[in-house]
Write a protein that binds this ligand. Structure first.
Ligand SMILES: [Zn+2]
Length: 129
């Protein structure tokens, strides 16, 4: 399993990656105005409330955008190239960037899987069955 303690010094990000390592995509919902948001911030971007709770997404959504990375941002990721990165609109109403099957197209219905990538586990979306 990935050592999530080395991934970030930000507690919100560290908790999010710890969830990913356990197969959970976390997002926040405001207890005051019900706005759903991603990434985790610890406060509501709509009303400013600090009463936000972390929920686990079902892992299903729709491809908003997708591209193939041929030149990774670091030498450590070069062996994985080419790989696809997508913006996925989760059914809970938030959008996140994640790995994806490069054969997917905009509008495709998808489901999250969790796969090793470099030094961590990442969400990767594939066509929903
Ligand atoms: Zn709010």
């Amino acid at each position: 399993m990935t050592d999530t303690t080395t991934l970030s010094t930000d507690p919100l990000a560290r908790d999010w990656w710890a969830g990913i390592a356990q197969g959970r995509i976390g997002y926040e919902v405001c207890a005051d105005c019900s706005t759903a948001q991603f990434y985790p911030r610890g406060h509501c971007t709509a009303c400013g409330s600090t009463r936000v709770e972390t929920r686990t997404a079902a892992g299903t959504g729709t491809i908003f955008s997708i591209t193939v990375v041929h030149r990774p941002p670091s030498a450590a990721l070069q062996p994985f190239a080419p790989y696809a990165i997508a913006l996925v609109d989760l059914d809970e109403g938030v959008r996140l960037m994640a790995h994806a099957d490069p054969a997917l197209a905009i509008g495709a219905r998808v489901r999250a899987m969790f796969v090793p990538f470099g030094d961590r586990t990442v969400p990767r979306f594939a066509a929903a069955a």
